[in-house]
Design a binder for this molecule. Structure first.
Ligand code: DOR
Ligand code: ZN
Length: 351
């Protein structure tokens, strides 16, 4: 037996990517985009704007607005996604991918989450689009929750895996699929069982909190996102999968900013804003689990390989040390409360 190695105090890894982020638009985009661009070389940008990004022209225009919101000299590539609706045209998707505008398509089941009203009501409606994506190797990114009001909200992901994802894998045997922001043992299991063509992103919050966090001493709107955090046994299953070294599981923050008034409300929006300290949050998890040697694959390699994109050049460095998470990030006339606001993290990015 070899002696356990002392974990390092400094970690230099290949520049990472965020395979799932919400950058919004306007004043919010200006407030949050620099944070993502500081930590990541590329990010898969979600298309759930109002109105949603459903065609090539809208995605190209949004990409320009994102680049315009970055500080001069930022080296960051937004990877755009197409919001699927029942009416999405397969030719538009094919063209967007061929022209290098769309990196992937996003499937929101209609009414599953924020700005998903135009989402897909049945997989049958998008079968021609999925055939086209399968033919060219374009990934389908899925918000994996059923919307049936009869299904308990804490079961919606597991039921999706059984009712929708399992048949989808069978019906489109060559389609590359990413199950986004996994939160359950059932999701982790199906991802681990299909390493070739099913990937998953994992958020910092689903590694760090269980559903108790929503009710700790009172209602906690800043711990609320969708899919909602589940029981502790699910958190542990997701965390084991993420830190296991599985090559089809990768970093995707799902950083989803809402102004503080929209979160602290009688009907608070779903979404956790983690972009300011995403890498530090993840590094802390891998450190706690004795898996820092697997952090680079999760953050900087697995996603690019799954998407068929080159690995980034350059590095980032994190070191062990106190990092205070701000109480608020200013955004236009308002502000956004970050995940772990006011707390101190144990890692910080230093270069
Ligand atoms: O919590 C969430 N917020 N989950 C989503 O799926 C959407 C996101 C948002 O756009 O705010
Ligand atoms: Zn999201």
């Amino acid at each position: 037996m070899t002696a356990p190695q002392t974990p390092p105090d400094r970690l230099t890894i290949r520049r990472p990517d965020d395979w799932h982020v919400h950058l919004r638009d306007g004043a919010m985009l200006a407030a949050v985009a620099p944070a993502t661009a500081r930590q990541f070389a590329r990010a898969i940008v979600m298309p759930n704007l109002v109105p949603p990004v459903t065609d090539v022209a809208a995605a190209a225009a949004y990409r320009s607005r994102i680049l315009a919101a970055l500080p001069g000299g930022a080296d960051f590539t937004p990877l755009m996604t197409c919001y699927l609706t029942d009416a999405t045209d397969a030719d538009e998707v094919r063209r967007g991918y061929a022209e290098g505008v769309f990196a992937a398509c996003k499937l929101y089941p209609a009414h599953a989450t924020t700005n998903s009203a135009h989402g897909v009501t049945s997989i049958a409606h998008i079968a021609p689009v999925l055939e086209a994506m399968q033919a060219v190797g374009m990934p389908l990114l899925i918000h994996g929750e059923v919307t049936d009001p009869a299904i308990d909200i804490f079961d919606r992901e597991a039921v999706f895996v059984e009712r929708v994802l399992t048949p989808l894998l069978a019906d489109f045997p060559a389609l590359k699929i990413v199950l986004e922001h996994i939160t359950t043992q059932e999701a982790a299991a199906i991802v681990l069982a299909n390493p070739e063509r099913l990937g998953a992103t994992v958020t910092p919050q689903h590694l760090l909190i269980n559903r108790n966090a929503l009710f700790a001493g009172g209602l906690r709107p800043h711990a609320y996102c969708l899919p909602v955090a589940k029981r502790e046994r699910h958190r542990i299953a997701v965390r084991r999968a993420a830190t296991s070294g599985a090559r089809n599981i990768f970093l995707g923050t799902d950083s989803a900013p809402h102004v503080v008034e929209a979160k602290q409300s009688g009907c608070g929006c779903a979404g956790i804003f983690s972009a300011l300290t995403a890498l530090e949050l993840y590094a802390g998890v891998f450190d706690e689990d004795g898996a820092l040697d697997r952090f680079e694959a999760f953050a900087s390699e697995n996603g690019a390989r799954f998407y068929g994109l080159p690995l980034n050049a350059g590095t980032v460095t994190l070191e062990r040390g106190a990092l205070a998470v701000p109480e608020m990030l200013a955004a236009g006339d308002s502000g956004v409360v970050p995940f772990r606001a006011g707390e101190t993290l144990g890692w910080r990015m230093v270069g």
